[in-house]
Design a protein around this ligand. Structure first.
Ligand SMILES: *Cc1c(COP(=O)(O)O)cnc(C)c1O
Length: 353
């Protein structure tokens, strides 16, 4: 971090890039009534006949005041998956650069690396699902552009030690992406308040999980204004549609409703942890700081199929390293969770076939 220089790690073609100037970028309304004849839109009002705000100022202004971060440090995308892809395209030269990910973790980092022809260097989490910092820093070379830290981590559910994350932030001269898709369920604070201290820190969040809006696709990126300016140049001009912006504004304005749902989910998570631990074929319940629980069972394939037959879909994570015979349970409504627990209790009494 001491030697972090944004210009040094940007791709050459991105440094010189001139962004597409849309009609809505060229003329920014000051609020007065104008006759808009500049974007070849259909003039008859139906709520969505106009192009959306390419800078999503309404959404950013709410986020800015709620999160206490300047709007110039916020970028919005079509889900955090788009945000992550923009980060790859800004920094990683295809067939030349590499990134580091820490399995078992979110599968999209590797998929995005493959799509962008970037080598994905994997350093397994240790036995406590914590980053192996020495090993990570050891395999960094001059082509390593990004390290992805997912905390709370999917699928393990834990947050990473602050000390370990700090060491990576300080000693790596590339971009550190902290994926905080589940941060609203965690007891640890977000890193977003520290983007001013670390010019290489990028924090991603989403409305898909705690905010209950997976369907509208809204991902959020917090970083220095310098990094945000670069990502803004690359993003498609109208990447967040009008309906998404409207729904996001209304949801972000209902903070009490969101907090209440999060509280309920946390209470249900605790209950579910206890109930899962009481099932004899559940061998281990991993502590969770997210809205899902990873548990080790006797035979994940068999248990998965048995639940499916009873109309319950969970995620079998057994193919992931360190996750042999694990199932991931999302926390549902109280009713859904008791359907799950009843099914598991029932299976306890059924001989395994
Ligand atoms: C669910 C999830 C996301 C989701 O992103 P969206 O594209 O915003 O829905 C991102 N990161 C992790 C680790 C996730 O589990």
């Amino acid at each position: 971090m001491a030697n972090f220089k944004l210009d040094k790690i940007l791709r050459e073609n991105i440094k010189g890039l001139k962004a597409y100037a849309s009609a809505r970028d060229e003329y920014v309304s000051d609020g007065s009534t104008m006759v808009f004849l500049d974007a070849n839109e259909n003039p008859y009002e139906n709520g969505v006949n106009r192009y959306p705000d390419p800078q999503q100022r309404g959404v950013k202004s709410i986020l800015s005041s709620q999160k206490n971060v300047p709007a110039t440090s916020i970028l919005l995308g079509n889900g955090s998956d788009e945000v992550l892809d923009l980060i790859f395209r800004a920094f990683c030269e295809p067939t030349q650069d590499n990134i580091i990910t820490l399995p078992p973790t979110y599968g999209m980092y590797k998929v995005l690396a493959d799509i962008n022809a970037i080598e994905n260097r994997e350093v397994l989490l240790d036995q406590s699902f914590e980053p192996d910092v020495n090993e990570i820093l050891k395999i960094v070379d001059k082509h390593t552009k990004i390290i992805f830290l997912c905390s709370p981590n999917n699928p393990t559910g834990n947050t990473f030690s602050e000390e370990r994350m700090l060491k990576i932030l300080k000693e790596f001269n590339g971009i550190v992406v902290m994926d905080e898709a589940y941060i609203d369920f965690a007891s640890r604070a977000s890193w977003m308040q520290r983007i001013e201290d670390f010019p290489n820190l990028v924090v991603t969040q989403t409305l898909s999980k705690a905010y209950g809006m997976a369907g509208i696709r809204l991902g959020i990126c917090y970083a220095s204004p310098e990094i945000i300016t670069v990502l803004n140049k690359i993003k498609p001009p109208y990447n967040v549609n009008e309906l998404t912006q409207q729904r996001a504004i209304s949801r972000l304005s209902s903070r009490d409703e969101v907090s209440l749902e999060i509280e309920n989910i946390l209470q249900e998570r605790t209950k579910l942890e206890t109930s899962l631990a009481a099932i004899d074929f559940v061998k281990e319940v991993y502590p969770s700081e997210a809205n899902f629980i990873l548990a080790k069972v006797d035979d994940a394939n068999i248990r998965y199929d048995q639940l499916l037959k009873r109309g319950i879909v969970v995620r079998n994570r057994s193919s992931q390293p360190l996750c042999n015979n694990t199932l991931r349970f999302s926390v549902g409504t109280p009713d859904e969770n008791s359907v799950l627990i009843k099914a598991l209790e029932n299976l306890m009494l059924t001989p395994v076939k």
